[in-house]
Design a protein around this ligand. Structure first.
Ligand code: AMP
Length: 285
């Protein structure tokens, strides 16, 4: 019998919805949790879910309270947790950046030498500043880091930034990136023999791979096939099939979603017609 897997999911905050969506897209069907439910079981997989704060996930995994969890890479680094990153999940992307007020003269990290910096990520901040030879006075705050300079609490901040709009709204300007983060699936270090964990990692990975690709179909005259295959940004070999109309073939290929924009005009220039792109649900290499 397969040992059941316990998976900690963020119960609120920005990682909650995309974590839930990823699980659903991967075909794992949990019973819909109500607002206050802390635990749920999956109907069709050997997985039990535990809903906790994203900040607590690294500790829960490290202490074997759960087998795996979804959290931010920044939180794993900040807690200095002894867990294994099994998969990068491609959402919750952000970076830990140093920022000063618009009027400040600082333009780079080394300009923060000897100054006061407010942050809710003191461990990563201290580590990166030390690596870059900058000695500064870190002030730990739990939230609303971006108002610290206006309150006179600090000269600068080190905080998570995704779009930069919060910095701009608060009259702040970035002067450097310290750490790049995204949501990750983490597991207990060394627990490689857990079959349900391997299956979950493969399943989630297949959805993440698929999201980055599109299935492309087009028709082209046989004598222009070489032109079409030459412009396809495809690693594997495309599928080529004869159509009922003599002299025309259908080309099917998997292409990176990010390249569709530049690819379509090239295909049209090669005489390709009936060009379709379809989302891919799952990709297992
Ligand atoms: P929460 O506080 O529960 O909303 O989750 C915070 C986590 O979301 C952080 O630890 C990051 O991993 C991730 N995240 C992504 N973008 C941002 C952002 N702009 N600000 C804060 N956290 C972000």
């Amino acid at each position: 019998m397969t040992r059941r897997l316990t998976l900690a999911l963020p119960s609120k905050g920005r990682l909650r919805e995309p974590s839930w969506a990823l699980l659903e897209a991967s075909g794992v069907a949990p019973q819909e949790p109500g607002e206050r439910v802390l635990q749920a079981h999956c109907r069709n997989a050997d997985i039990d879910l535990l809903f906790v704060r994203a900040d607590d996930v690294p500790e829960y995994v490290q202490d074997s309270v759960v087998d795996c969890g979804i959290t931010g890479l920044d939180l794993v680094a900040e807690r200095d947790s002894s867990v294994e990153v099994l998969l990068r999940l491609g959402f919750g992307t952000c970076s830990l950046q140093a920022a000063v007020s618009m009027e400040d003269s600082a333009t780079k990290l080394s300009d923060l030498e000897g100054r006061r910096i407010a942050t809710s990520h003191p461990r990563i901040a201290a580590k990166v500043l030390a690596e870059r030879g900058v000695s500064a006075d870190l002030v730990q705050v739990a939230g609303s880091v971006e108002i610290s300079p206006r309150l006179g609490l600090a000269d600068a901040i080190i905080d998570l930034v995704s779009t930069g709009s919060t910095l701009r709204t608060n009259g702040l300007r970035s002067i450097g990136v310290l750490f790049e983060s995204e949501a990750v699936l983490v597991g207990r270090t060394g627990s490689t023999d857990h079959e349900a964990r391997r299956t979950l990692t493969t399943l989630l990975g297949s959805v993440i791979n698929a999201r980055a690709n599109r299935y492309l179909l087009c028709n082209v005259a046989k004598d222009r096939l070489a032109e079409v295959t030459a412009v396809l940004p495809t690693k594997g070999s495309p599928t080529v099939m004869d159509l009922a109309t003599p002299g025309i073939v259908a080309v099917h290929a998997l292409v990176p979603a990010a390249e569709i924009w530049s690819l379509l005009p090239k295909l049209a220039a090669c005489g390709a017609t009936s060009i379709l792109t379809l989302p891919v649900e799952r990709m297992v290499p």
